[in-house]
Ligand binder design. Structure first.
Ligand code: GCB
Length: 594
């Protein structure tokens, strides 16, 4: 699916701003059938949860409704009109006046509908979007709805971040010509000083297609004809970590004489290769060492609402610490983030929203008897179908981003449990089929060890999440360092694959200090990271370190959380804790060496 862009043949109207807003409890069954009867307005893009003071809205389980009037530009009478929702977390329904035009499940990937037949150029229509935040055993991510004694529905879930919901990304109206370009796929390679570019252009109906490749200055450097083919770029400038370079592939639908352009779309891309060789992770044939963070889309008031100011600032802070990469833990991020990473040479591990497929963690946290994770009553074939769809939608959306060097198809599944192999094998196959060019990984949970994990051999790179010195060996960094080293050595020796430390971290209250190794203090976080780094540096197969987390973030309530998770190296409002300075020192030095 192409990101909506304005081109010579397409126009784009952004529908962000204030929309009428109500929960289903307030407006009943068929709210789209007329103006929403509500005093509330909600900002788009933003999660709705923290906007209002009413806890019934924050804790609402089920549908909420957004509505606004939209005027179709008067020049669009010859065009098709599309409405596109960048994300509706976790399920969306779109109504144009009284008609349902789109439905979508999955909270972090876009969907759209052709609404040409329902609207007229120059006229207004009522756009209503329903968003449902329910998570069940067959959604990705999963969750459970329980009903309290007084009949109140409650959402619980197995992931450690707040279940923010709503329209957290932009909504668009755009026009395309009646015969249009629907998708573009680009795969690049390097051959000495030349770049190879294989492309495929999908059109809505059979059409004559011409493509041109422009360099960063806009000069044409190659051209081809046909809906698929390949071109060669002499003296190519590759896309490199820290030194982004983007070309554009301009695809055009032309008429028989080649004079009239029916549709045109410019797709940015970078020429780079990714390869796993032995225990190395190679970008453009050169070993790459990941430094950076597991992040979240999370800020005060907006929740998961995308915000360009935070986007710029977060990337500035990453650069300041010497981070060269991050993981989109634990869901696909806004496309603006991916585009920014492309333009600024930041490497991305791109993750699906499959977080929480692990009932052993639930049992550990609640003390309840453990239910099997993979079974007809828990995570089953239907869950796997939803997971497959999440993978499909992620790859469809992000396949052309040079910054994306690897797919992470799950965070901390119960990979040591019976049924894990059967659950994951088809999903890994699917991922490889959809994209044979990028390595595939998953992030392994603490309980999954090199001895009992059942899925590691299916993957190219092993991402390992560990909390030695925090959940285990709390306050004892000498023991933590020994455990960390022993654990990583086990994986390195058994599998011979590259290892990335995809999570390690300690909750830290800013302003709390101690001369001793005292958990929660700023010094402890810095010492914890240093102990972990000593262990990593002794193991050759470790090709990266992503600290958990970039910034403090909101979670559900729990006695182990103080206004959210405090493992941020930055506070939620992006001020550095002590550890940010020590990371900056290490990563800047590493940047020079690795
Ligand atoms: C994990 C999870 C992450 C949590 C983190 C923690 O293993 O992957 O989502 O936030 O631990 O802080 O406990």
């Amino acid at each position: 699916m192409l990101k909506p862009r304005s081109t010579a043949t397409r126009e784009l109207v952004n529908l962000d701003g204030l929309w009428r807003f109500a929960t289903a409890t307030a407006v009943g069954e068929r709210p789209w059938a007329g103006p929403l009867d509500t005093p509330l307005e909600a900002a788009v893009p933003a999660s709705y949860n923290d906007l209002f003071t009413d806890s019934a809205i924050r804790d609402h389980v089920g549908w909420v409704w957004y509505q606004r009037l939209v005027r179709v530009p008067r020049g669009w009478s010859e065009d098709r009109v599309i409405v596109r929702v960048d994300a509706a977390t976790h399920q969306g329904q779109v109504y144009v006046d009284d008609s349902l035009v789109a439905e979508h499940v999955g909270g972090y990937t876009p969907f759209e509908a052709d609404i040409t037949q329902y609207v007229s150029a120059g006229q207004e229509f009522r756009l209503t979007i329903g968003v449902n935040n329910e998570l069940t055993n067959t959604t990705i991510p999963p969750g459970r709805i329980t009903v309290t004694q007084d009949g109140c529905r409650k959402q619980t879930y197995l992931h450690d971040f707040y279940n923010y919901a709503g329209l957290a990304r932009s909504v668009w109206l755009y026009s395309v010509p009646s015969v249009c370009i629907e998708d573009i796929s680009i795969v690049t390679g390097l051959d000495g000083t030349s770049g190879t570019v294989e492309y495929e252009v999908e059109t809505s109906a059979p059409a004559t297609v011409r493509v041109r490749v422009l360099d960063a200055s806009g000069a044409e450097v190659a051209a081809s004809e046909g809906t698929s083919g390949s071109v060669r770029l002499e003296d190519v400038t590759p896309w490199r970590p820290g030194a982004a370079y983007l070309y554009e592939l301009v695809a055009e639908i032309v008429d028989g004489d080649g004079e009239t352009v029916g549709d045109t779309y410019a797709q940015p891309f970078g020429v780079r290769t990714v390869e796993v060789r032995g225990t190395q992770f190679l970008i453009n044939g050169e070993p790459f060492y990941f430094t950076g963070f597991g992040k979240h889309e999370d800020t005060a008031v907006r929740g998961k609402g995308h915000d360009d100011a935070y986007l710029v600032h977060d990337f500035q802070l990453m650069e300041w610490t010497g981070a060269n990469s991050f993981r989109t833990s634990h869901y696909p991020y806004a496309e603006e983030v991916m585009d920014f990473a492309d333009r600024h040479g930041i490497v991305v591990i791109d993750e699906t929203a499959a977080v929480g497929l692990n009932l052993a963690v639930e049992a550990g946290l609640t003390g309840a008897p453990q239910r099997p994770t993979f079974s007809p009553d828990t995570f089953n074939d239907e869950t796997r179908a939803a997971h497959a769809q999440a993978i499909r939608e992620l790859i469809t959306r992000d396949k052309n981003h040079p910054s994306v060097v690897m797919w992470c198809i799950a965070n901390e599944p119960s990979s040591n449990e019976e049924g894990a192999r059967e659950y994951f094998e088809p999903l890994v196959e699917l991922t490889r089929k959809l994209d044979p060019t990028r390595p595939v990984t998953y992030a392994a949970v603490m309980f999954a060890t090199s001895d009992n994990d059942r899925i590691a051999e299916l993957f190219d790179v092993l991402c390992i999440n560990r909390y030695y010195g925090w959940y285990i060996a709390t306050g004892d960094l000498a023991t933590a360092e020994t455990y960390m080293e022993g654990d990583l050595r086990g994986w390195a020796e058994k599998f011979g694959k590259p290892l990335i430390m995809s999570e390690y971290g300690a909750d830290t209250m800013p302003g709390l200090h101690s001369v001793w190794d005292q958990p929660w203090t700023e010094e402890y976080q810095a010492a914890y990271l240093a102990a972990s780094h000593r262990a990593f540096d002794r193991i050759e197969a470790v090709v990266g370190e992503h600290v958990w987390n970039f910034a403090d973030f909101q979670t559900s309530h729990g006695i182990h959380r103080v206004d959210g998770n405090k493992k941020g190296v930055f506070t939620r409002d992006r001020r550095p804790k002590t550890a940010a300075h020590s990371l900056r020192q290490r990563w800047r030095e590493l940047g020079g060496r690795k």
